[in-house]
Design a protein around this ligand. Structure first.
Ligand SMILES: *[C@@H]1O[C@H](CO)[C@@H](O)[C@H](O)[C@H]1NC(C)=O
Ligand SMILES: *[C@@H]1O[C@H](CO)[C@@H](O)[C@H](O)[C@H]1NC(C)=O
Ligand SMILES: *[C@@H]1O[C@H](CO)[C@@H](O)[C@H](O)[C@H]1NC(C)=O
Ligand SMILES: *[C@@H]1O[C@H](CO)[C@@H](O)[C@H](O)[C@H]1NC(C)=O
Ligand SMILES: *[C@@H]1O[C@H](CO)[C@@H](O)[C@H](O)[C@H]1NC(C)=O
Ligand SMILES: *[C@@H]1O[C@H](CO)[C@@H](O)[C@H](O)[C@H]1NC(C)=O
Length: 524
């Protein structure tokens, strides 16, 4: 019996050996070493989602104020048709998989029935005091698979104990605990350092808050001026810097204080030892709260903000404030839809998708002929988990792109596999001129999770992506080549103004007719 078993086992294992596919051992090469610092899993998720919607809502929605005094009577809060499902549908339809609600703004009014104050929805006529905006939003978000975040203003102009450092910090932690234990998973906690200087001043125990948040919601991304998980880019225009490292030293930036070095906050620090990517916040309207007299920005403005935030290695937090009916206004809905259509019409058509690619070198391919796991063709696969890697110790890092036909384009998209650290610090794109001369089309510094570069329209078949400088062997996970018929190229170089050159009717025309009124045309 024993012998038979042994024989069987021998036969089986022999068969197993024979059946094993002869794996391509010659190509098996160790992946490159990651370069520190690295993002954690939640920071990667956050970065992959590109954009979040912010909902500023509260008593200010009914009073026309931006910073309520804290003395407005809760009886004014009465949204007649509040429908959180409507807010969430709008987010999801337009590509926002995360939302953040102002659970409490500076006026201290709470959109949930806090047990620590009566200055809340409980004292309002809305649903006869039985309503809970956060509960509605969390239920709708959960159903739609959208991640929920909260903003709990540190500054509280209503609460009596505000100004008493110890008491108020305890009060704040108690309210934070309500928010993080009653509404399921909370994926974002947005903090600012706003204070009542001139009214009452006090110290905020940020590090105690951070540890409570991470204790109660380990998956939550905490945003503040200086991390710990994401950092503020330094303006409320939604504009990232054209050099943007997710690498940072958070101790160099105060939370809520005056930035000693605004450029440091915007650009990050290639020598930093923490992963703290940048967030760009901006409102679709002039104010953060809904006011009947204000109108939203145009879709072209939003697209420009998109290039300067998501296209500069940042996450875009776009505020779309619900109106006093408790719904998103029709004009904001229209702009959001146009913004989505513009993005779709531009970025769904990657001219490089069928390109022939060659690299100056490919990791593990020294002399081999079999398919490499680090092939340049990986840059045509969506996502950051497949990438081109060059051989070690190279003097040149180049990707040759043959589009297989003459193509007109004006946008370059690049991505790095950030789970391996952020590397590239200088790159450029060249195109082959019809007379056989290579000309520089555009150049940039950092790439990070995603870089979008706009340039005057180019017509060419052969391109060369050259990485000029990198902290370690450069790794590229995505390359896209697109045509954007609407954005004015020169506006990309102006960080202070947003220029809208097309009205809404024209935008619709461009979306539906695929018209191409490009402002600056440089035919190579
Ligand atoms: C709330 O909004 C959703 C999505 O727009 C809609 O399907 C639903 O009918 C609305 N509910 C009410 C009560 O209007
Ligand atoms: C809220 O109001 C009720 C009824 O007036 C009162 O008993 C309670 O102490 C108040 N709570 C707070 C936190 O002020
Ligand atoms: C950030 O921290 C690292 C490591 O401590 C240090 O080498 C680097 O110089 C710091 N950056 C700045 C701008 O001080
Ligand atoms: C709020 O938006 C809805 C459409 O979503 C609209 O029907 C309603 O009139 C708006 N309310 C106000 C006060 O403008
Ligand atoms: C691009 O190249 C130009 C000309 O060489 C240079 O002045 C500019 O600083 C470069 N820009 C970036 C972002 O590297
Ligand atoms: C928008 O542009 C179109 C085409 O140029 C023009 O006919 C129309 O009058 C413009 N509308 C407004 C409101 O300016």
């Amino acid at each position: 019996m024993d012998n038979l078993n042994l024989a069987l086992r021998l036969i089986l294992s022999f068969n197993l050996l024979l059946l094993l596919p002869c794996c391509c051992c010659c190509c098996s090469v160790a992946p490159p070493l990651p370069i520190l610092p690295l993002p954690n899993a939640f920071q990667i998720q956050w970065q992959l989602s590109h954009m979040s919607l912010f909902f500023h809502f509260g008593l200010n929605t009914f009073t026309g104020q931006e910073w309520g005094s804290g003395h407005v009577h809760p009886s004014l809060f009465n949204p007649t048709n509040l429908n959180a499902t409507h807010w969430i549908h709008l987010a999801k339809l337009n590509g926002f998989n995360r939302v953040i609600l102002t659970a409490k703004h500076h006026d201290g009014f709470c959109l949930w029935p806090s047990q620590y104050t009566n200055y809340s929805v409980r004292s309002s006529p809305w649903k006869a005091g039985t309503g809970d905006v956060l509960a509605d939003l969390s239920a709708a978000a959960k159903l739609a698979g959208v991640d929920l975040g909260i903003y709990l203003s540190p500054w509280d102009r209503h609460e009596h104990c505000y100004g008493d450092t110890l008491l108020y910090n305890q009060f704040y932690l108690a309210q934070m605990t309500e928010l993080l234990t009653r509404y399921g998973e909370i994926k974002d906690v947005f903090l600012d350092g706003a204070k009542g200087e001139g009214e009452k001043d006090m110290e905020y125990f940020f590090h105690t808050w951070f540890s409570l948040i991470h204790q109660l919601q380990p998956a939550a991304i905490i945003f503040s001026d200086a991390g710990p998980d994401t950092r503020w880019v330094g303006n409320e225009l939604g504009l990232g810097a054209s050099t943007c490292w997710s690498i940072y030293n958070s101790t160099l930036t105060p939370i809520g204080g005056i930035y000693n070095d605004p450029r440091y906050a915007a650009e990050g620090d290639p020598a930093g030892h923490e992963w703290v990517p940048a967030l760009c916040d901006v409102s679709i309207r002039p104010g953060w709260f809904w006011h009947p007299s204000e109108l939203p920005k145009s879709a072209i403005n939003l697209l420009e903000i998109y290039y300067k935030s998501v296209g500069r290695n940042c996450h875009l937090l776009l505020n779309v404030p619900p109106n006093s009916s408790g719904l998103i206004s029709p004009e904001d809905i229209q702009v959001l839809q146009e913004f989505t259509q513009l993005r779709r019409s531009i970025f769904s058509n990657n001219f490089a998708i069928n390109a022939l690619l060659q690299a100056s070198s490919t990791r593990g391919e020294g002399g081999g002929t079999c398919d490499s796991q680090f092939s340049p063709y990986n840059v045509l696969k969506e996502g950051i988990y497949t990438y081109w890697a060059p051989e070690e110790y190279q003097l040149r890092w180049i990707l040759y792109i043959d589009l297989q036909e003459l193509v007109s384009f004006n946008v370059l998209q690049l991505q790095e596999p950030i789970q391996m650290g952020q590397r590239v610090s200088e790159f450029h794109l060249e195109a082959l001129h019809l007379d056989g001369v290579w000309k520089r089309v555009t150049n940039g510094t950092t790439i990070g999770y995603q870089r979008l570069l706009l340039f005057p329209k180019v017509k060419s078949q052969h391109l060369k992506l050259v990485i000029d400088k990198s902290r370690a062997d450069p790794l590229i996970s995505y390359l896209g080549i697109y045509m954007d018929p609407v954005t004015i190229w020169s506006s990309i170089y102006d960080d202070t103004v947003l220029t809208s050159h097309f009205n809404a009717t024209q935008v619709i025309h461009i979306i539906t007719q695929d018209n191409s009124p490009t402002a600056t045309i440089l035919e190579l």
